[in-house]
Write a protein that binds this ligand. Structure first.
Ligand code: PLP
Length: 393
């Protein structure tokens, strides 16, 4: 089998799915070479999403930490509050180009479901979102949001009733109705060509950041840093910097309650090579080779696998992968809120937490760009619950 990223990637799926993936790949290659498609994508990014997102010099945080200069790439200011909309707009344009009338998507906490429902509403397409039953109960507000946007939310009752099961379910549903249905995948994961498609639609983040840092500092940054769930915001930021050899890159995953507990989602730090969701990558497996349940306070980082390109970038040592605990992320969440007046998503707070460790160890002339992948309004209740829990112990 052809692998796209060193020994990672591939299409570990039944033959019917391979046929559908091949059709998708042909359409994607064709779209990439069509200037009218790219023009339309850029149009919606600008006038609907609100790009380019600012590269903001976090002067107060920089001063407080007393080391490297910190810049925030403000994906939190996008329509719907995160980077995910870049990908959903791109894929829905692809769906329309392929003549599909119906969108299906998987979702964990509901962020990708909301972004998919948003794009589907705007393009007048039918949308069905599969969400683990447990997640539909934990994330009632996002279920309601998707429904307001005209989507149908279908609870998935198999397995652990969470994201990993919703992905399996969505792939099955896709094969049943592949002639009129497009599967809109939410992160840089899954069988080829999805990781490459998602990267293509997210790499705008790094392309903009590069132009913006050249304008502000007339040089490349020393570090670019992003949180890693499936890895879409990270690969989006990293891609245009990979060829700049002097730029160091760090992905930050969720250490949950600690790397020495079972409650973490530190795929790259503690996982091993194996197949999950149609790709060969790194993931957390138990002794029997089954995918293990993972945990993080952050729903967006609570995924047992990771995009295959990240597994490769770790292997070739181009990107370093670190982790932060729930506690460190919550501390960073509160710090950025208080010091800069910006409430970050709890996912993004993991990247900020790492910056808070790193910046003070660097000279003042060093530059860090960190991706603020989303805003934290959605997390306020979870943070409150975390703080109350702490107080009780
Ligand atoms: C979904 C999400 C993530 C994690 O997904 P990636 O594909 O790893 O980027 C990170 N940040 C925010 C704000 C999210 O909504």
């Amino acid at each position: 089998m052809k692998l796209q990223f060193g020994k990672f990637g591939g299409q570990f799926v039944p033959p019917q799915v391979v046929t559908a993936l091949n059709e998708l790949e042909v359409a994607f290659e064709d779209a990439k070479n069509d200037s009218s498609f790219l023009e339309e994508f850029r149009y919606y990014l600008k006038d609907y999403v609100g790009r380019p997102s600012p590269l903001y010099y976090a002067e107060q945080l920089t001063k407080k930490l007393g080391g490297a200069k910190i810049y925030l790439k403000r994906e939190d200011l996008n329509h719907t509050g995160a980077h995910k909309i870049n990908n959903t707009i791109g894929q829905i344009l692809l769906a329309r180009r392929m003549g599909k009338k119906r969108i299906i998507a998987e979702t964990g906490a509901g962020q990708h479901g909301v972004a998919s429902a948003t794009a589907a509403a705007m393009f007048g397409m039918e949308c069905e979102v599969f969400q683990g039953e447990l997640d539909t109960q934990r994330q009632r507000l996002n279920v309601f949001r998707m429904e307001m946007l005209g989507a149908k939310v279908t609870p998935v009752t198999q397995g652990t009733k969470t994201l990993a099961d919703a992905v399996d379910y969505a792939i099955n549903e896709w094969v049943k109705r592949v002639d009129d249905t497009f599967y809109l995948l939410g992160s840089a994961v899954g069988p080829h060509p999805y990781p490459s498609i998602v990267k293509y639609f997210q790499k705008i983040i790094g392309e903009e950041a590069k132009v913006q840092i050249m304008e502000k500092e007339q040089r490349m940054p020393d570090y670019v840093i992003a949180c890693v769930g499936g890895g879409s915001n990270a690969i989006g930021l990293f891609t245009d910097f990979i060829k700049e050899k002097e730029v160091k890159m760090i992905g930050v995953e969720a250490a949950g309650k600690g790397l020495n507990t079972k409650d973490h989602a530190a795929t790259m730090t503690l996982g091993r090579e194996g197949v999950i969701h149609g790709m060969n990558t790194k993931a957390i497996f138990d002794e029997d080779g089954n995918v293990s349940p993972v945990y993080s306070i952050s729903a967006g980082l609570d995924y047992p696998g990771v995009g295959p390109e990240h597994a490769h970038l770790q292997d070739i040592k181009r990107v370093k992968y670190e982790s932060c605990t729930d506690q460190e992320a919550v501390d960073a969440f509160l710090e950025l809120s208080r010091v800069e007046g910006i409430i970050p998503a709890i996912e993004s707070s993991h990247a900020i937490a790492h910056v808070m460790k790193l910046a003070p160890t660097l000279d003042k002339d060093k530059i860090i760009i960190v991706n603020l992948s989303g805003r934290g309004d959605k997390d306020v209740e979870a943070i409150e619950a975390f703080l109350n829990e702490k107080q009780m112990h």
